[in-house]
Design a protein around this ligand. Structure first.
Ligand code: HEM
Ligand SMILES: *[C@@H]1O[C@H](CO)[C@@H](O)[C@H](O)[C@H]1NC(C)=O
Length: 326
């Protein structure tokens, strides 16, 4: 097993470092309204289309885990090198991404207010913070000063983003390769307090979990029946499949229902439920389940940590978030 993991980390997982040069208020002189414009646009858009809220939190995570937080997730195919398929067109991103249009809208406004100044990577980091804050996470400060990358490769997605069927050691190793701890993994998984997943993301848990057990035994049977009533045995492509909330309980009053659901075997994704399968992670889940207001602040801190991932590749401030500068 360690040979396999070693192989993965050397060959596929890009070395990421925690960036020390970012600072809060980076645009204070050059574009003082950058964060206010972003926040205003996010809040206005979220009222009309609440789906962008989970969408943006997820986009920032998907950006930072592949090549660091460089807005590589926002580039359209084909990218710089002829024929390159961009990250966003990887089957693991593809149809499930939400919130891209609102970022275009913010970028257009900031190009008028202060041309060529605010990077798309920073806009995404601010937007994810504002989305989280719209969803009830304490408002946290986002260190900024990121540059936008010029490379985005679909092939780099599968081994840098976690897949929902990963076991705990594979998950923990992937997070460790990004400088994130087991606690960060448990805390960040709480992002699944908001948003949804489509049937293909958890279908195997209902119908072909293992040769001896078609249904995942760690799944509450009545919850499984409910999921089966929505997801038929035949899988369809993600964009033709129904979606269900990632948090089986979800309440506007309680921020920690995602963790309560895990203690009741009602984690929707395999990777969420698997947090109950080891002593240290189970302890953390129970702690968040018992103290409703412990998790939100820890999530804010963990998001700042994710936002510091970088490859230290040369970058630029894009004019348009979907393409590199000419
Ligand atoms: C720990 C490993 C993780 C795995 C395996 C994972 C996997 C997934 C999958 C499969 C979906 C549903 C896609 C679909 O069917 O449409 C999803 C949705 C989501 N993920 Fe994760 N994720 C992980 C961690 C995270 C982290 C760290 C964050 C953010 C900090 C995050 C934020 C989200 C959000 C907000 C959604 C809902 C998106 C929407 O409703 O548009 N996830 N994730
Ligand atoms: C986790 O998955 C990896 C990769 O599929 C495998 O090598 C490893 O044996 C699994 N670990 C456990 C504890 O099941």
């Amino acid at each position: 097993m360690s040979a396999v993991l070693l192989f993965f980390s050397i060959v596929f997982v890009l070395p990421l470092a925690i960036h020390g040069d970012l600072r809060v208020g980076f645009y204070q002189e050059t574009c003082p309204l950058a964060e206010a414009i972003t926040r205003g646009t996010i809040f206005a858009a979220a009222v009309l289309n609440p789906g962008i809220v989970p969408g943006l939190v997820r986009l920032h995570f998907h950006d930072c885990f592949v090549r660091g937080c460089d807005a590589s997730i926002l580039l359209d195919s084909p990218t710089e090198r002829e024929g390159d398929t961009a990250e966003k067109d990887s089957p693991f991103n593809g149809a499930s991404l939400r919130g891209l249009e609102v970022l275009d809208e913010i970028k257009a406004q900031l190009e008028i207010a202060c041309p060529g100044t605010v990077s798309c990577a920073d806009i995404l980091a601010f937007a994810a913070r504002d989305a989280a804050s719209f969803a009830g996470i304490p408002n946290y400060e986002v260190p900024s000063g990121r540059l936008d990358g010029r490379i985005s490769l679909a092939d780099e997605v599968p081994h840098n983003l976690p897949m929902p069927f990963y076991n705990l050691s594979t998950l923990a190793n992937l997070f460790a390769s990004k400088g994130l701890s087991l606690e960060d993994l448990v805390v960040l998984s709480g992002a699944h307090s908001i948003g949804r997943a489509h049937c293909p993301s958890f279908h195997y848990r209902l119908y072909h979990f293992s040769p001896t057990q078609p249904q995942d035994p760690s799944l509450d049977p009545s919850y499984a029946n409910y999921l089966k009533s929505i997801c038929p045995p035949t899988v369809k492509p993600l964009d033709e499949s129904p979606a269900v909330p990632l948090d089986a309980i979800s309440s506007t009053m309680m921020p920690n229902t995602f963790y309560v659901a895990l203690t009741q075997h009602k984690g929707l994704l395999g990777t969420d439920q698997v947090l109950m399968s080891s002593m240290p992670t189970r302890k953390m889940v129970r702690r968040f389940a018992h103290n409703p207001f412990l998790w939100p602040n820890m999530f804010a801190d963990a998001m700042v940590k994710v936002g510091r991932l970088t490859t230290n590749e040369p970058g630029e401030v894009r004019k348009y978030c979907r393409s590199i500068n000419g």
